[in-house]
Design a protein around this ligand. Structure first.
Ligand SMILES: *Cc1c(COP(=O)(O)O)cnc(C)c1O
Length: 454
């Protein structure tokens, strides 16, 4: 059974261009183009209204994990729907929310055992920021009000999340609305700028961050970062060991650690959570994107008993966490998340990653020989390919060329969906993609670069 529309294809395009304002999109450019309308998802492919199939090379914006239309997830949603679509967690509970909280507590590292739900990565971050802030207020440490974060970090688009972000463009536009935090260098860019090989950058970066801790720890509530890979900054990996060093510095200086695993969580770096790779247990772990297998909007801010205890008391002490959304812990989304976690086990999703990760590495090596390919970066199933005008001189394309965008449009002609971040092409394949499908993505990208860059 498939969904039928009460409008023709041309009418749908018209309605889109007349009424639908797209995210992160210059609508002038959009209106001049012809929108690709995705009608269906089938396994590792997206299918447009004309029946043309595309491999999903960015996991539908880094969210989808096991492929589209998986019966296990679909049936879990339908079966939940027959019981209850939505109620509320304000004053009530429901079985799927409780079950999922229990599963997440078992799955996340160390003593992370409390799940606070919301609907998006941005809100998972807002909640961690507010909890960290209020934790110190509740303890009487009123001066700990600031946040430390990394340049090129991305934590979402709501005002608090942008405040702790480090992408200059967003800071320029919304600057006057943002709270002022303390910014540490972007690890990857710092190594590049100082000509240090990434593997050897850990000590100097740790020293930079330690200096900030010494200067500002007393007024700092928490350090927030994307563990192991800064995603939206352009797929920028950390030097090995740096995450662990930051954790140690946070502990020594009494600063809470917020790990934003919204992008890297649920297998993207090769382990279930990125923090596991350096045995890091943060005070907060923000989960989103892949938590439902990419099917429905859900996020969770995981935290520890220590933080939870900071909010414990009689009502009149006003230590309560005063926060919650209408759709917090939506049952359909929780049911999808439970089914996705089951699939991690039955599909052996994580166990099957190493050969795929190796294949991506090989594909990147091949691409890197191209004249218009500069820096290539990979961590697990996340990769970035920087396009350059001239490799020898490492000269960038002029911004107005929109070269990354053009290459992604050309990739579609070869049956693959990719998305760029500026001049970096992002590869964020579904964890369920086969080796053969990975090869097709690399072939498509190689051809598209040739089509566009010559
Ligand atoms: C995508 C992302 C967010 C924001 O998630 P939304 O669901 O888009 O609000 C936050 N942090 C990181 C690291 C992300 O990649």
């Amino acid at each position: 059974m498939s969904f039928t529309y009460s409008a023709s294809r041309d009418e749908l395009v018209e309605y889109d261009k007349q009424h639908l304002w797209h995210p992160f999109t210059q609508m002038k450019e959009w209106t001049e183009g012809s929108p690709l309308l995705i009608a269906r998802g089938e396994g590792n492919c997206l299918v447009d209204v004309d029946g043309k199939r595309y491999l999903d090379g960015v996991s539908s914006l880094w969210a989808n994990v096991h492929g589209h239309g998986r019966t296990e997830i679909n049936e879990a949603i339908v079966s939940q729907l027959k019981d209850l679509a939505h109620s509320t967690l304000l004053g009530l509970s429901h079985p799927s929310a409780a079950l999922l909280a229990h599963r997440l507590a078992e799955l996340t590292p160390g003593d992370l055992r409390w799940a606070f739900y919301s609907e998006s990565g941005s809100t998972a971050v807002e909640i961690a920021i507010k909890m960290a802030f209020q934790y110190w207020q509740n303890l009487g440490r009123k001066e700990k009000t600031r946040f430390m974060s990394l340049r090129e970090g991305y934590h979402g688009d709501t005002i608090g999340a942008v405040s702790v972000g480090g992408i200059d463009l967003f800071h320029q536009v919304y600057g006057p609305l943002l709270f002022n935090g303390i910014k540490a260098p972007c690890p990857y860019r710092y190594c590049q700028e100082n000509d240090i090989p990434l593997e050897r950058g850990t000590e100097r970066l740790a020293a930079e961050i330690e200096a900030l801790m010494k200067a500002y720890a007393d007024e700092t509530a928490a350090f927030i970062l994307e563990p192991l890979v800064q995603g939206a900054g352009g797929i920028l990996p950390f030097p090995p060991g740096l995450l662990k060093r930051i954790e140690e510095l946070c502990r020594r200086h009494d600063v809470l650690l917020i790990a934003d695993e919204v992008a890297v969580g649920f297998g993207r770096t090769g382990t279930m959570f990125a923090c596991e790779q350096e045995s890091v247990v943060p005070d907060f772990m923000c989960l989103g994107k892949g938590i439902t297998g990419g099917y429905l909007p859900l996020a969770a801010t995981m935290t520890t008993q220590r933080i939870y205890d900071g909010f414990w008391g009689d009502y009149q002490e006003l230590k309560t966490f005063f926060h919650g959304h209408t759709y917090t812990g939506n049952p359909l989304a929780c049911a999808a998340a439970l089914a996705s976690l089951d699939l991690f086990q039955t599909d052996k999703t994580i166990e099957n990653l190493p050969p795929k990760i190796a294949r991506i590495e090989a594909g990147l090596d091949r691409l890197a020989e191209g004249e218009h390919v500069g820096d290539v970066r990979q961590r697990g199933m996340m990769a970035g390919v920087e396009l350059v005008l001239d490799r020898a001189g490492n000269t960038a394309y002029p911004v107005e060329e929109r070269i990354g965008h053009k290459v992604c449009m050309a990739v579609r002609e070869h049956g693959v969906i990719l998305r760029n971040l500026g001049d970096a092409i992002v590869l964020m394949p579904l964890l369920s993609l086969t080796i053969e499908e990975l090869d097709r993505i690399f072939d498509a990208l190689e051809n598209a670069i040739r089509d566009v860059c010559g």
